[in-house]
Write a protein that binds this ligand. Structure first.
Ligand SMILES: *Cc1c(COP(=O)(O)O)cnc(C)c1O
Length: 376
């Protein structure tokens, strides 16, 4: 059996190696390392894949969120509602810009932000909502957009974990996640569903004025060369990464299908265990399985994790500490917030290896070892 990894980017690379190697070498030969042809091609291809008017490439998914918030002109003290149960990047940039993160609960089934909790958290200072499509499944965007409209709020979708995911509206219309809010952001970190061979990120919008503002912010606040209108930053996707991403984008749907197949295998293996809750599928979204995350009931998570490690099966806890309990946010006095769903999840979730290259033998081995431990 091939060794089991959380993510196997090497095997995936080997399947497209000649094309990737040529694209990388051609880019090196062109010496257009910054803002070269592959960047423009990738921007056009990704816009058309997602069905968005504008794609603004940038250096990583954290910058993407930061640039989005800077471009919206949010002011220190403005409140931004976001789930407590997410990766730190989502919430860190809020505080970095001296905005106030307002943490709310997630839904225990989908792991995504709970619209009822959003409504309750709205104050006259609220300016934006940042839903996260956690683990590869959409947050309930139709409800979120309705709340945003009612209260005149911006919505920035953190789509770092769900690129390629489809959201279905109640009238049957479909949109890609990241293109539903006023702005969407994503990351091309190597382990993400569309991963570069280094860092990268992008921002999406259909709004021409916002797109122009975000391009300007990402490029030193520059309106024309050497004229800087606003305080910006320097955030670029380089040509080599864009050349690689251009090739991998063609495979994104097939990568999602491979992840879904692995998830189906796990679902089936654990279907009769009362101690394991497999990830629920939302009615309004498909699932691109950036992570496959179980909730354990009456099973020692640490015990399972070390048992799996003894058999060379990695597993991860995404995320052991919720945002509202991070030391970083002490200044916002959030630690005493009562968040039973979030607290429950941080104590019970465990994410299994999931990627595009898992074979039947590996999946059988992983699921049989988990069942062996659970049924001991
Ligand atoms: C990975 C990730 C980010 C940040 O992406 P980087 O490219 O690592 O900066 C932001 N939000 C979520 C939910 C992520 O998973």
């Amino acid at each position: 059996m091939r060794p089991i990894q959380m993510v196997d980017t090497r095997t995936q690379y080997h399947k497209i190696k000649p094309e990737v190697d040529k694209a990388v070498l051609d880019t090196i030969e062109s010496t257009a390392f910054i803002n070269g042809k592959p960047v423009h091609e990738f921007v056009a291809n990704l816009s058309s894949y997602l069905g968005t008017k504008h794609t603004i490439p940038c250096a990583n998914g954290t910058d993407a969120l930061q640039i989005a918030m800077m471009a919206l002109g949010l002011q220190p003290g403005d409140e931004v509602i976001t789930p407590s149960f997410t990766y730190i990047a989502t919430t860190e940039v809020i505080a970095l810009l001296r905005l106030t993160p307002v943490f709310v609960e997630v839904d225990a089934k989908t792991f995504c932000i709970d619209p009822a909790a959003i409504e309750k958290a709205i104050t006259p200072k609220t300016k934006a909502i940042v839903p996260v499509h956690l683990y590869g499944q959409s947050a309930p965007m139709e409800e979120i957009m309705a709340i945003a409209k009612k209260h005149n709020l911006f919505v920035i979708e953190d789509n770092a974990q769900a690129i390629g995911c489809d959201y279905t509206f109640s009238d049957g219309a479909k949109k890609k996640t990241g293109t539903i809010g006023h702005i969407g952001t994503t990351s091309f970190y190597p382990s993400k569903n569309l991963g570069a061979f280094g860092d990268g990120g992008a921002i999406f919008t259909d709004d021409d004025a916002l797109a122009a503002q975000m391009k300007m912010v990402a490029n030193h606040g520059q309106s024309k060369q050497y004229y800087h209108d606003v305080v910006g930053c320097n955030s670029r996707l380089d040509s080599i990464q864009a050349a690689i991403l251009n090739i991998k984008l063609k495979h994104l749907d097939e990568y999602a299908a491979a992840r879904q197949k692995a998830a189906d295998h796990y679902d089936k293996a654990f279907s009769s265990s009362s101690k394991i809750k497999t990830p629920a599928r939302a009615s309004y979204s498909n699932h691109v399985f950036h992570q496959y995350t179980l909730q354990l009931e009456g099973v020692s998570r640490d015990g399972l994790k070390s048992f799996l490690a003894e058999h060379n099966i990695p597993a991860m806890i995404y995320y052991p500490v919720p945002g509202h309990k991070q030391k970083m946010f002490e200044q916002f006095n959030t630690a005493s917030q009562i968040m039973p769903v979030t607290d429950w999840l941080t104590e019970r979730v465990i994410s299994l290896p999931i990627h595009t290259e898992l074979d039947e033998e590996q999946l059988n081995f992983i699921s049989s070892k988990i069942l062996e431990y659970i049924n001991k």
